[in-house]
Write a protein that binds this ligand. Structure first.
Ligand code: DWN
Ligand code: ZN
Length: 421
């Protein structure tokens, strides 16, 4: 049974805020509505397919005071993250990425021999492993209990909690200051940014460094990465609002680098007593100004482009289906679920989606109920086409699946323009 469930807009487990989470302003402008959408990582077991599935509003706003792009409908973090389907280690390219991140940190920032490295949203310990290989003390903080257990089983000390000011005080009591605190793909997931930053300030050593990695708004806009919009991602950051936020706490963005991960991200370095700021910070601020990230018009134009992308993608897929070909999805990504639900792509188009994550295999995608199979299925019975829902790993996947392509198999890249390769 893979039909779409009865759709019901959730009444509980979410709140609608009326102020910007960075500056507190009420000057908020809605520029895109992706419609009521189920939670991107709420994969369903077969016995859940008949139940009512909660849908939540997925509307995106621009703050004309501090220029933060954000969601205002906040789904309870317990609902989103207490059990989690995404496992970092299931995506091989993340290991190389994190190795590079660790080199960047240790080459440019001071870490004492017995210094502590804290990773917030440490998932299965993939990043911690790179630090502990160097003999450094590590501590993970991970709210999802199924994922924290994976990390513990691999020997990484993990506090199974959401990071907050209270959590920071507790960790400080037990372990003292941290030389480095990292938050990769977790800062954009946080509603109470002020509480989070207060916690960082408390736990971080005076000359310590806080490292953030978040998808970069400029890449989202330029590459039409609209599918990275889902309830887990509450903020879509550019450098300007980050500086605004940290200055409220007398902290400074000392450096920022663009990194290719997750469709283009920024790696941001923040310190308490900043002595100097890298040229890269001012250079990116200038680029943001030139790209008119401070203007509502930029975002309304983006909204129109998203709509037209959807029309093109659906047209392409339907035309292929009419030719009688078999199509599957590649990578049961969270963003894929935004794309599938927004474009209403179901089992009439995709036979199944292949994915390397054991937690997702045997389940069905939220909303569109497409079955998720292990990657072996894709290799044993290759489809004619595969929609690359994990487009952020396009280079690696095209390389990995070269045999499929040599045998005539094709990939469909959905963004920035639907394209068969
Ligand atoms: O912020 C977030 C990012 C870091 O990760 C989360 N909110 C949720 C998640 O988003 P996502 O699911 O869109 O992330 P990925 O990294 O694009 O997910 C890749 C998926 O594809 C995983 O389920 C693993 C799978 N995969 C695969 O099947 N074959 C990945 C690769 C590289 C592969 O070769
Ligand atoms: Zn604001």
């Amino acid at each position: 049974m893979t039909g779409i469930n009865k759709i019901e807009i959730a009444k509980d487990n979410f709140t609608h805020r009326t102020t910007c989470r960075v500056c507190g302003s009420e000057k908020l402008h809605k520029f895109l509505s992706l419609g009521p959408t189920p939670l991107a990582n709420s994969f369903l077991r077969e016995n859940q397919l008949e139940a009512v599935e909660p849908y939540y509003p997925l509307d995106v706003y621009f703050c004309s005071n501090c220029y933060l792009v954000q969601l205002l409908d906040v789904v309870s973090p317990e609902v989103l993250f207490k059990e989690y389907a995404y496992v970092t280690g299931a995506s091989k390219p993340m290991q190389a990425h994190f190795t590079g991140l660790v080199e960047d940190v240790i080459q440019n920032f001071k870490i004492s021999e017995d210094g502590l490295i804290v990773d917030i949203g440490s998932n299965d310990g993939t990043l911690l492993q790179c630090f502990s290989k160097l003999g450094l003390q590590t501590l993970g903080i991970e709210p999802a209990s199924n994922i924290a257990r994976l990390a513990e089983a691999k020997g990484f000390r993990t506090v199974n909690e959401f990071f907050s000011e209270k959590c920071a005080v507790k960790i400080h009591e037990e372990h003292g200051n941290a030389d480095v605190i990292l938050a990769t793909n977790v800062f954009a997931h946080t509603d109470d940014l002020e509480g989070f930053v207060r916690g960082i300030k408390y736990l971080l050593a005076d000359n310590g460094t806080f490292v953030i990695e978040v998808p970069y708004l400029l890449n989202l806009l330029n590459n039409l990465e609209f599918d990275t919009i889902y309830h887990e991602h509450l903020s879509y950051f550019a450098v300007y609002p980050l500086i605004y936020l940290f200055r409220k706490f007398n902290m400074e963005v000392v450096d920022v680098k663009q990194v290719p991960v997750h469709g283009g991200s920024i790696r941001v370095f923040v310190q308490k007593a900043a002595k100097q700021q890298s040229q890269r910070v001012t250079a990116l601020l200038l680029i943001e100004q030139e790209a008119k990230l401070d203007s509502l018009k930029t975002y309304t134009k983006f909204g129109e482009e998203v709509y037209s992308l959807k029309e093109k993608l659906v047209k392409l897929l339907k035309a292929l289906k009419n030719e009688g070909v078999r199509i599957t999805g590649y990578g049961a990504t969270a963003k894929g679920n935004t794309l599938l639900n927004y474009c209403k792509i179901g089992t009439d188009i995709l036979d199944y989606i292949s994915d390397t994550t054991p937690f997702k295999q045997g389940c069905y995608t939220p909303g569109m109920h497409i079955p998720v199979f292990p990657e072996e299925e894709f290799h044993e019975d290759p489809p004619d086409y595969s929609l690359l829902l994990a487009w952020n790993y396009a280079n690696e996947i095209l390389q990995k699946e070269r045999k499929y392509r040599q045998n005539g198999g094709k990939f469909i890249l959905p963004i920035p323009e639907p394209k068969v390769i």
